[in-house]
Design a protein around this ligand. Structure first.
Ligand code: BDR
Ligand code: CA
Length: 311
């Protein structure tokens, strides 16, 4: 199984991503979950990550708390999307499993140094603060990373937090710029792909029909989380942004994209955090990321529902 670290700011869609990974032990070995400030402050994301592990029956998973603020900018949160707790919707018990003592950044560094080169994949589902901090503190880890598969950015779909920027990149654009320049193989699941992974009523009914605590909780999470996108974009349901990262690990054949150059805007207030993807190859800047543009949504939801049924 592929060894991964999930770096996350749960978030209902982060929660579903964690559940999908934990439901797929044949393919994915979750070495640890590192929490970062993003959708809600760090104390809540570190809590929510553990709530989700316990929902999956996996209180053995190691959860670490990381950075509580972006590298250079004040934290921007998204309670308007995810609710006050970040995980509004289902009523889930407070976690009893412990938070690990180590800092998330130390866990990332130590793990990449301890495991053989090219065997650990990083899966960031929130702002890239923890990853960039690890790279700053320990540049030797960059060539050891098997790949970085992240949810963030947008090209044709542009922004969801500003007209130009997607939330995860916008919250810590300086971290994103450093991660995109680190030299590790990067796969990006931007809004262009994730806005096609919508929880329609039929797909939500399929989660609920599992009749399990996990199935019902996921249905309740998406019931809550869909309000924002339905009102804003008139979309057919909640976009499952972060689960696309795990979906890509499991079934890359269900996604398509291009290996292109992606640069992050860090200067202009107007377009701060924009992912400037050279989709049409109009510059000679070297490709540094595979930018996913499309997903087989039916296939993805079939896989997701089948996996959630295992928990
Ligand atoms: C991203 O921002 C967060 O609100 C979601 O969890 C996802 O990671 C989508 O822009
Ligand atoms: Ca997230």
């Amino acid at each position: 199984a592929r060894k991964i670290i999930i770096d996350t700011d749960p978030g209902q869609d982060d929660a579903v991503a964690i559940l999908l990974a934990l439901a797929s032990p044949d393919e994915i070995d979750v070495l640890g979950i590192t929490a970062v400030a993003g959708n809600v402050p760090l104390d809540l994301t570190a809590r929510n990550a553990r709530v989700v592990c316990e929902l999956a029956g996996r209180s053995d998973v190691k959860v670490f708390a990381g950075c509580d603020a972006p590298l250079e900018r004040p934290l921007v949160t998204a309670e308007h999307v995810h609710g006050r707790t970040g995980l509004d919707g289902p009523t889930l018990p407070d976690p009893v499993m412990p938070l690990q003592d180590a800092h998330a950044v130390d866990f990332i560094i130590d793990t990449l140094r301890a495991e053989p080169t090219g065997t650990v994949t990083l899966c960031p589902l929130g702002p890239l603060t923890n990853i960039a901090t690890a790279l700053r503190r320990a540049p030797d880890i960059a060539p050891r990373i098997a790949g970085i598969v992240l949810m963030g950015g947008a090209y044709f779909e542009v922004g969801n937090i500003t007209p130009a920027a997607e939330f995860n990149i916008y919250v810590d654009p300086h971290a994103a710029a450093e991660v995109f320049a680190c030299g590790a193989p990067i796969t990006v699941l931007p809004l262009d792909a994730t806005h096609k992974a919508l929880v329609t009523t039929a797909r939500n009914d399929a989660f609920r029909a599992l009749g399990t605590p996990v199935g019902v909780a996921v249905a309740e999470m998406t019931d809550f989380f869909e309000r924002f996108d339905k009102e804003k974009y008139g979309s057919d349901g909640a976009p499952l942004h972060d689960p696309c990262v795990i979906g890509w690990l499991l079934r890359p054949d269900m996604f398509s994209g291009r290996h292109v150059n992606v640069e992050i805007e860090t200067q202009s207030e107007l377009t701060l955090g924009m992912t400037v993807a050279d989709w049409w190859g109009v510059t000679d800047r070297a490709p540094n990321a595979t930018f996913i543009g499309d997903v087989d949504a039916d296939g993805f939801f079939e896989l997701l529902t089948e996996r959630l049924a295992r928990l």
